[in-house]
Design a protein around this ligand. Structure first.
Ligand code: NAD
Ligand code: DAU
Length: 349
């Protein structure tokens, strides 16, 4: 397989790249990433010299570049993760979300169609999406299934929903083999500290305020990032074209309970007195249009492909906390901006 992975320098993408490069030495992995603020090649230091791995700095919306990559590397599979991914940024500046997530996806589909439409055999366009396309649940036991109607409510989720529709349109209209997965909130190593869990860990370490939106009552369903990367591996190799798979950890937590959990675990790790970090909690203005609750029914991927998460929240968060405590240089480089110099250093000096 010659696999074009987009967004492979980001949080989830870097775990997917590492997994595929390591586990499938006979496949070729081409990582196309434009390195926005969220792209960090330090995430891939350990595999950057592997013979089956190539990094290309570029935009998924650049038709000539994507066309050249398909030609040069005889791309057979696309694993599409590149996106603007942060809901709060989408509320401040929606247009870049539409450009990257919708137009960028459309460009990849167009180029794939151009190269594959003569013979779709052995080809697959795998689009990575989010549970946020399904909207928001009330408190209770309802869950999102693959049949839940789309109801996106933020510019981010609307852009992802739009890209999902485009991918399905290429399946129905042009018979392109596609597969989509919609995953719940990920956490784990290399998570950019603008998202809830890494932001809280960073701020606890530095004794800075812990901003909790609204009353902290909103619920998210958390999945350890390595479990997501393994699900992507399984779907890439065994998923059925035209299908959608929901991925989730059955790990629903109220935000305030997570923040309390992180404060207490970090106090114990850092030798601080019990309750010290909880003092840093600051309730701030709620996110506009804040979705109340997400919860994923992941029974289809379990029943059809045999995937279940390996980590509970407690085991995954313990690994995550240890990773952040042992990789403070990574965190410092992200907060100082030094990580953005890595590409020039590694690829151009
Ligand atoms: P991220 O923001 O950490 O990484 C996104 C990556 O895409 C970055 O490396 C960035 O440089 C790259 N990128 C952005 N615009 C690009 C462009 N125009 N061309 C090429 N590369 C570009 O995101 P993430 O959290 O790793 O999410 C990856 C994917 O998974 C996204 O599609 C997201 O919607 C989806 N997803 C994320 C979560 C989650 O909890 N983080 C859950 C479900 C689905
Ligand atoms: O559900 C999947 C989605 O999960 C992905 O598609 C997105 O790419 C990913 O960013 C994530 O979206 P969320 O908005 O759920 O994640 P975030 O970490 O931004 O926020 C999680 C919850 O915590 C949410 O209810 C808002 C709240 N929050 C967040 C931040 C950053 C706070 O209370 N304080 C904060 O400082």
């Amino acid at each position: 397989m010659n696999i074009l992975i987009t967004g492979g320098a980001g949080f989830i993408g870097s775990h997917v790249v590492r997994r595929l490069v390591t586990n499938y030495p006979h496949d070729n992995i081409i990582n196309l990433d434009v390195l926005t603020y969220a792209g960090n090649l330090e995430n891939l230091k350990d595999i950057q010299d592997k013979p089956n791995y190539i990094f290309v700095k570029g935009d998924i919306g650049d038709e000539a570049l994507v066309d050249e990559l398909f030609k040069k590397h005889h791309i057979t599979h696309v694993v599409h993760l590149a996106a603007e991914s942060h809901v709060d940024r989408s509320i401040k500046d929606p247009l870049i979300f539409l450009k990257t997530n919708i137009i960028g996806t459309a460009n990849l589909l167009q180029v794939a169609k151009k190269h594959w439409s003569g013979d779709y055999n052995g080809k697959l366009f795998y689009h990575i999406s989010t549970d946020e396309v399904y909207g928001s649940l009330e408190m209770g036991t309802d869950m999102f299934t693959e049949e839940t109607a789309y109801d996106p409510r933020s510019p981010y989720s609307a852009s992802k929903a739009s890209s999902d529709h485009l991918v399905r349109a290429f399946y129905h209209t042009y018979h392109m083999p596609v597969v989509i997965s919609n995953c719940s909130n990920n956490y784990g190593p290399n998570h950019f500290p603008e998202k809830l869990i890494p932001l809280m860990l960073h701020n606890i370490i530095h004794k800075k305020p812990l901003p909790v939106y609204g009353k902290g009552e909103n619920v998210r369903d958390w999945l350890y990032v390595e479990d997501h990367a393994r699900a992507i591996d399984v779907i890439l190799h065994h998923g059925k074209p035209g299908e959608t798979y929901n991925i989730g950890g059955h790990n629903e937590w109220k935000n305030i309970d997570i923040v309390h959990y992180l404060c207490d675990a970090m106090d114990a790790k850092l030798g601080r007195s019990s309750g010290e970090s909880r003092e840093l909690i600051t309730y701030v203005t709620d996110r506009a249009g804040h979705d109340l609750r997400y919860a994923i029914d992941a029974s289809k991927i379990k029943n059809e492909l045999g995937w279940v998460p390996a980590e509970t929240f407690e085991t995954g968060i313990a690994k995550t906390i240890d990773w952040y405590l042992h990789n403070q240089e990574w965190l410092d480089h992200v907060t100082s901006g030094a990580y953005q110099e890595y590409y020039e250093k590694m690829y151009h000096e």
